[in-house]
Design a protein around this ligand. Structure first.
Ligand SMILES: Nc1ncnc2c1ncn2[C@@H]1O[C@H](COP(=O)(O)OP(=O)(O)OP(=O)(O)O)[C@@H](O)[C@H]1O
Ligand SMILES: [Mg+2]
Length: 238
């Protein structure tokens, strides 16, 4: 039986008289792959920020790997995020004057100790061994996003969170990135990806639809979900 890795209980986030999230209940099994979709302003980023320990809810509880993170202070949230979470964003946030391998090593520095061979291994996992000494400006958008994935994986996170991680990529690079997610999922990583792209949303086992801060649909896609080969998927990495 799968264990729960994440549980949101009546989570709300209130800004003035706006409820960015309104009484969200969500339970996620370890190893699941979820996509989160919904119109602009529906609360997707707010929800990812709370799950990723970058923000706290106004009310409700968030149980991450058995710990209620909704009331933790900033220092504890930073530690929990460092130990359990990998984050990928639409914008790459790479340091422009550092090479690919150095950008990954910065993440190691915050987690434990910089280790170049480990950083190179992370880059080769995303197919970038031969680009390790390139600066971000010398890499394509798809390659930069793969550096970000390598950076997110450096702490071996239990949960990988993405806020529109393929938003800046063309179809081919989108396929490559989704294929990396698929491999990570096979290794047991829980994956939660916010996306506007229906094809990326369809790849997941489960699709959560938000509207006005509420979950309006929770779609089981396990029947079409395909773990390792791309047969049931429209996306194909070259
Ligand atoms: N710090 C803030 N202060 C006030 N309102 C905020 C703040 N952050 C988000 N909001 C509001 O909360 C709502 C949800 O925002 P959120 O960024 O979560 O939407 P989203 O679903 O990620 O949208 P998009 O698809 O455009 O990224 C929006 O109406 C937004 O304006
Ligand atoms: Mg957003």
């Amino acid at each position: 039986m799968s264990s729960k890795i994440l549980e949101l209980n009546k989570v709300s986030k209130i800004y003035g008289n706006l409820k960015a999230l309104a009484d969200i209940n969500l339970s996620v099994n370890a190893g699941d792959w979820l996509s989160i979709m919904g119109p602009s302003g529906s609360g997707k980023t707010t929800m990812i920020n709370i799950i990723g320990c970058m923000d706290t809810p106004s009310t409700g509880s968030v149980i991450l790997d058995g710990v209620d993170i909704s009331k933790e202070n900033a220092a504890n949230l930073t530690r929990i995020r460092r130990d359990k979470i990998g984050l990928i964003f639409q914008q790459f946030h790479l340091i422009s004057y550092l090479t690919a391998v150095e950008n990954v090593m910065v993440a190691q520095y915050y987690h434990s100790m910089p280790d170049e061979s480990e950083a190179l291994e992370a880059l080769s996992k995303v197919g970038l061994a031969d680009r390790a000494n390139h600066l971000p400006a010398q890499l394509s958008g798809g390659e930069q996003q793969r550096v970000c994935i390598a950076r997110a994986l450096i702490n071996s996170p239990q949960i990988l969170l993405g806020d529109e991680p393929t938003g800046n990529l063309d179809e081919e690079n989108e396929g490559i990135v989704v294929d990396i997610f698929r491999r990570l999922h096979d290794e047991g990583v829980t994956i939660i990806i916010v996306t506007h792209d229906p094809e990326v949303g369809d790849v997941a086992q489960r699709k959560i639809i938000l509207e006005h801060g509420r979950v309006i649909d929770d779609i089981d896609q396990s029947a079409t979900f395909c773990k390792t080969d791309g047969q049931a998927l429209k996306l194909k990495a070259k």
